[in-house]
Design a protein around this ligand. Structure first.
Ligand code: NAD
Ligand code: FE2
Length: 410
């Protein structure tokens, strides 16, 4: 088979301890008036003050919007746009968790092209380049610093919505693991588990014929030779160090591995896409308010068990990346070892094990399955096909904690 690969990445990625000190020089190359989007928490830290000093020292005029809310409510974006309009920035810096980075992307989009955020929901709706965005993550999870995606909460829609366009990829990502040291254990676990889910769903995504139209017509093209490289890097690093970062948040080496893993997972899923675990989280999040990373991670072992007949070889490679592929084991045994290890790791970092424990009501199982299967861009990316009965079976098993039943579901 001829290798097919797609990479869509920031122009610059700076990774490492202390790299956030480069923000002034990086920004000065991209513009002279910077809008900074962050949240109340980060705006009150010494690290934020230091970044402000660096920006001013590089002769930038700076305007701060310090009220980004988790999960980026629609009105929050409008309020940031109104705040920034008179200042008329020529670049936008997002500093914080995925919510702050996604806010920076949305504001840059509206300031560049006008209209309403709703005009751009879906894929390839952004008509052209947007103001350059510098993304400085303080969580290690979403990968938003390198992805073409912004996720928002629109109260007029039941499910969260996404804007996906290569134009939304930040111009520069500055990843400084020191900024993640303050993440409490639950945030470390949830964000890191989101990243491992991105990597595994990208690595096991459907593989398509790479004709010349594919990447021109789709933001997410499925598994490919380049995304695999990033996905495996993420899988190795997150497996090696997520548990350690969770157990001891001050472990700098573990924090760095997890942040690199989350970024690499973003490089992978930003082109390959994610699949069923993400699809089911959309209705779960809407019904229960479960954080994104927690919901996708609860689903992942079940989705892997369902996908096993279609992704056995990939699961074998994942077992190898986990260091669990003994030479005398069969392909089935390796696949099972990979699934069991993901379930073990997630349990060790406190990820909820069933949809029932996430608070899903039993009479919402069918609705959850119907909504999930309607998210076509994610479902069509799953390696094993779905029909409604199969999706209902997956959701039921994830509710009951029935991994074995799902494994037998052929
Ligand atoms: N754009 C993408 O590619 C992409 C991918 C996956 C998820 N997302 C979206 O990203 C959002 C979630 O982002 P997130 O998980 O990074 O969390 P977040 O940005 O929503 O932040 C969650 C909380 O953690 C706090 N926090 C952030 N960094 C911290 C730190 N270093 N120390 C202490 N507290 C800190 C924040 O102040 C906030 O209270 C969701 O809206 C999700 O849908 C986007
Ligand atoms: Fe995710």
């Amino acid at each position: 088979m001829n290798p097919f690969g797609v990479a869509r990445l920031p122009r610059e990625v700076f990774f490492g301890k202390g790299q956030s000190a480069a923000v002034g020089l990086v920004a000065a190359r991209l513009g002279s008036k910077a809008l900074v989007c962050t949240d109340e928490r980060f705006a009150s830290t010494d690290a934020f003050e230091h970044i402000m000093v660096l920006l001013t020292a590089s002769s930038l005029a700076v305007d701060v919007y310090g009220a980004v809310e988790p999960d980026v409510p629609y009105e929050n974006v409008s309020s940031c746009v109104e705040h920034a309009r008179d200042f008329a920035p020529d670049l936008v810096i997002g500093i914080g968790g995925g919510s702050c980075l996604d806010m920076a992307k949305c504001v840059s989009l509206i300031l560049s092209h006008g209209g309403e955020l709703r005009d751009y929901y879906g894929e390839f709706k952004v008509p052209g380049p947007v103001l350059p965005v510098i993304a400085v993550p303080t969580t290690a999870g979403t990968g938003s610093e390198v992805t073409p995606v912004a996720v928002i909460s629109d109260a007029s829609r039941t499910l969260k919505v996404g804007i996906s366009s290569p134009y939304l990829i930040p111009a520069a990502a500055i990843c400084d693991p020191d900024l993640t040291i303050s993440c409490p254990r639950s945030l470390t676990a949830i964000a890191g588990a989101d990243a491992l889910t991105h990597a595994i769903e990208a690595f096991t995504a459907v593989r398509r014929d790479g004709d010349a139209d594919l990447a021109q017509k789709h933001v997410f093209v499925g598994k490919n030779a380049l995304s695999d490289h990033f996905a495996l890097l993420a899988i190795r690093l997150l497996h090696k160090s997520l548990e350690r970062a969770y157990a001891d948040g001050s472990d700098e080496a573990a924090r760095a591995d997890v942040m690199m893993g989350a970024m690499a997972a973003g490089c992978a899923f930003g082109v390959a896409g994610t699949a069923a675990a993400h699809a089911v989280q959309y209705p779960i999040g809407a019904l229960t308010g479960t954080p994104h990373g927690l919901g996708v991670a609860t689903m992942l072992p079940y989705v892997m068990a369902y996908n096993r007949p279609a992704a056995q070889d990939e699961f074998g490679e994942i077992a190898e990346a986990f260091g669990l592929a003994a030479p005398d084991t069969s392909a089935e045994e390796r696949a099972d070892a990979a699934i069991a290890e993901v379930a073990r790791l997630f349990s060790a970092i406190g990820i909820t094990s069933t949809l029932e424990k996430l608070g899903l009501a039993q009479d919402k199982l069918d609705w959850t399955a119907e909504q999930a299967i309607g998210i076509e861009r994610l479902i069509k990316n799953n390696p094993r096909a779905f029909n409604l009965p199969a999706m209902k079976r997956l959701v039921r098993a994830a509710y009951d904690g029935d991994m074995e039943g799902l494994r037998q579901y052929l």
